[in-house]
Design a protein around this ligand. Sequence first.
Ligand code: AOF
Ligand code: ZN
Length: 408
Amino acid sequence: MAEAIRLGLLHLGQTSTNPSVGCVIVKDGEIVGRGTTAIGGRPHAEPQALTEAGELARGATAYVTLEPCSHHGKTPPCADALIASSVARVVISVTDPDPRVSGRGIALLREAGIEVDIGVLEEEGRRSLAGYLTRQTKNRPYVTLKLAVSADGMIGRKGEGQIAITSPLARAQVQALRAETDAILVGIGTAIADDPELTVRVPGLQSLSPVRVVLDPRLDLPLGSKLVRSAREVPTIAVAGEAAPFILPDISPTWGEIDGVNARPHSSAGIDATTDEVPVDASCGNLPIPPLVGEMPGRIKGGEARAEALRAAGVEILYCHPYHPEVLLPALASRGISSLLVEGGAKTAQLFLDAGLVDRIQLYQGQIIIGEGGIESPLTKSDMPSGFAHRGTFMFGDDRLDEYEREF
Ligand code: AOF
Ligand code: ZN
């Protein structure tokens, strides 16, 4: 089962909305077939392992990290494939909460006379399927909060852009984490101050950049930012809502002339007398939406133009309550996002912590001292929120990573 879990992890972040499942077929103490859910989600793990095993599957034991499926989806049921290959025993780590399966896969196998064992290495199995299980059972992605903190507990310096808190080795590790995650999220403050790319640039993993999500209530994302400029290559979502496109103080000094075009279509003029409701995306529709917040003195004519300019650059606008993660996360889940990495800054981290919607914390500690003008980290090792268990410490050169996870 440990080998099946290892195989499943190989395609983490590349199979959504399907889970990345691992399967091994063992005959007379030897592995004769291996499978991992294919990139994109299909074929499933079991038929691939069975194909490799061929005739040797007869009388063998199959180890699979998730209960084999029983439904006729885009592929025939894996339980049927296991039965047809005459395996004698199936060992399962985690049962499948998908209502189309949910025990039926196990029942089919048992009815066919196959011995079935359940719950082997279940904790490790659940961890390997955390995104899938969270989306299925909680209707939201599994949320990892990543923070890089200086030796004096700061995450940056006010008024400055990106500061290298950890070394390139630790930063490459963060990119590897991005590669196995469906989406990555930052607040507009970080998007403007740091002008981050939020992609995976580790050689060999470049094609695995996740969807980028920016909490951008007033649609302040600069057209000249790296995020917008690369939006055609890497899917990018600006989450607007609460105040967009209403009049609020401008906070985007970098928004200006880009390629000779005035990239700030709303300026401060053009107040429309109407006070239309903020459009809310359909994926927010079934949820109890809290009242919109912020001042709404009137609709700004340029607001929609600003949205249009972003759309024309390839950014998707999602009107969906950026400051209510309990509403936004299900909307992201409904778009197939099973895992989310929250990467900054302090306010965004605090928003998710306050909502109790962080499942895992990755706290990097670098050697640098920031001192004067530092932005304090919303948490440090000595004040972890309750409910988080320390999972391990990893060293990347002199930088230290402590991982904490909420029990699930
Ligand atoms: C398995 N083995 O490797 C995976 C499974 O849309 P479909 O038809 O591909 O079905 C998706 C469902 O299949 C998914 O919700 C989960 O229940 C199961 N995923 N099952 O037997 C696999 N990836
Ligand atoms: Zn299947």
